[in-house]
Design a protein. Structure first.
Length: 367
C-alpha cells in the first residue's frame, strides 16, 4: 500500500475507528505502565510479555478495523520488542521514549482523523519510515537511530533539561498600577494554596510563570508582564471552587465532569474583574481555554477575539498539564513529550506564539 494512503487515510468505517480509539487509550496507559515498570526491572519476563502483548494487541485491533496507520506504527515496535525478548537488543531509555512517542502520535492521529483535523504537524511520514528503519537497525547503532527518529518527529533532541521551578525575575509595576505589588502577593498566595492541594503540583506556578514571561519577552513583550504575572497566578485558582473529585480525577472524565470543569476560568476572572486595574489579567484568565479555531471554552472565541496574553497562557498551561500526565516517566522525559504534543496540536494554540515558546525551550536546552 502507498505510504501516503497510510498516513492520510479516508475514514470509511467511523464506528470501527471510534472503537479503536477507545481501546487504544486503554492500551496506551497499559504500555506506559509496563515501560515504567520495565525501566526498573529490565529482566522481568512477565513485564516484557505484557508490553509485547499490549503492542501486539494494538496491531490486531488496527487490523480488525482496517486502520493501516495503526499496523504501520505497531508492527516495527512489535519487532523491536521481539528482539528485546530474545536478548538481541537491550531495553534502553531512548528505546522506551521512542515507543511512547510513537503511541502518543498514533493517539493524536486517530483523534485527528475522527475530528477532521490536520495531521501535518504530527510528522507521520517521518514516524512510520523511521520506525521501519529502527526495527532493522543493528544493536550498535540502535541508540543513535532512536535519537534520530525522536528528533526528526519532534524537532527536539531526546534529552531535555528540567524546567526550573525557581522564581523568575518579574517586572516592576508601573507608578499608575497602584497597589499592584500587594495584589500580586495576594494572587501568588492563592496560587500556592492551589498548588498545595496535590504533591504533583509542586513547583507548577513558577514553571508556568517562567515560561509565560520568557515567551512574552521573546515575542516582543506584546503583553504587559505585570498583567500576565497576575493571570498566571490566578488562571487555575477557580478549580478550588469545584469538587476535588473533578479536577484531581485520574482517568477519563465524564461529560458531566467536563461541563463542571469549564466553569473554573470564570471564578478567578470574576475576582479580577472586581479589582481595579486588573481588567487585562481578567480577560486572559477567562479566555485561556479558548482556541483559535473556535473550539475552546467558555465562549468559543476565534483567533482574533482572543487576547495575546490568553494565547500565551493557553500554551504554557497545556504544556504543564501534559507534563503532569506523563510525570511518572521522569521529569526530563515528560518535558520532551509535552513539547512534542504542544507542537503537534496546531489547531489548539495560536501559531504566532508557538514559535516564541519553542525558542524559549531551545534556550533551555542550550544552557
Amino acid at each position: 500500500m502507498d505510504i501516503r494512503s497510510i498516513i492520510a487515510p479516508v475514514v470509511q468505517d467511523r464506528e470501527a475507528l471510534e472503537e479503536f480509539a477507545d481501546v487504544l487509550n486503554e492500551r496506551a496507559h497499559e504500555i506506559e505502565r509496563d515501560i515504567a515498570r520495565l525501566a526498573k526491572s529490565p529482566t522481568d519476563r512477565e513485564i516484557t510479555a505484557s508490553l509485547f502483548r499490549g503492542v501486539h494487541n494494538i496491531k490486531g485491533d488496527a487490523a480488525l478495523c482496517k486502520f493501516e496507520l495503526g499496523i504501520a506504527v505497531a508492527h516495527p515496535i512489535e519487532s523491536l520488542m521481539s528482539r528485546f525478548r530474545e536478548g538481541e537488543i537491550p531495553f534502553s531509555g531512548l528505546l522506551a521514549e521512542m515507543i511512547l512517542l510513537a503511541v502518543d502520535r498514533l493517539e493524536l492521529a486517530t483523534e485527528a482523523f475522527l475530528t477532521g483535523k490536520s495531521t501535518d504537524n504530527l510528522q507521520l511520514l517521518a514516524l512510520v519510515q523511521g520506525l521501519e528503519a529502527v526495527a532493522e537497525t543493528g544493536v550498535d547503532n540502535l541508540e543513535a537511530s532512536c535519537a534520530e527518529l525522536i528528533e526528526s518527529v519532534t524537532g527536539f533532541p531526546p534529552v531535555i533539561p528540567d524546567i526550573s521551578t525557581r522564581a523568575p525575575r518579574v517586572s516592576t509595576p508601573k507608578p499608575e498600577q497602584k497597589n499592584a505589588t500587594v495584589d500580586l502577593q495576594f494572587f501568588r498566595s492563592l496560587a500556592l494554596q492551589f498548588e498545595s492541594r496535590s504533591p504533583l503540583f509542586k513547583g507548577r506556578t513558577m514553571r508556568i510563570l517562567r515560561l509565560a514571561l520568557e515567551t512574552n519577552k521573546v515575542g516582543g513583550n506584546a503583553v504587559d508582564p505585570v498583567q500576565l504575572e497576575a493571570a498566571v497566578y490566578l488562571h487555575d485558582v477557580g478549580m478550588m471552587m469545584l469538587p476535588e473529585s473533578v479536577w484531581l480525577k485520574v482517568g477519563k472524565m465524564s461529560p458531566e465532569d467536563k461541563i463542571t470543569l469549564r466553569n473554573h476560568p470564570g471564578f478567578a476572572g470574576g475576582l479580577l474583574q472586581r479589582m481595579p486595574g486588573w481588567e487585562q489579567a481578567a480577560e486572559m484568565v477567562v479566555q485561556h481555554h479558548e482556541m483559535p479555531d473556535g473550539g475552546g471554552y467558555p465562549s468559543q472565541l476565534h483567533n482574533e477575539e482572543i487576547s495575546a496574553g490568553a494565547k500565551i497562557l493557553a500554551i504554557v498551561d497545556a504544556f504543564e498539564a501534559v507534563m503532569l500526565k506523563h510525570i511518572h516517566r521522569g521529569k526530563n522525559r515528560s518535558v520532551l513529550r509535552a513539547i512534542a504534543e504542544i507542537n503537534a496540536c496546531d489547531n489548539q494554540f495560536a501559531p504566532e506564539w508557538i514559535a516564541p515558546f519553542n525558542t524559549v525551550i531551545r534556550k533551555t536546552i542550550e544552557t
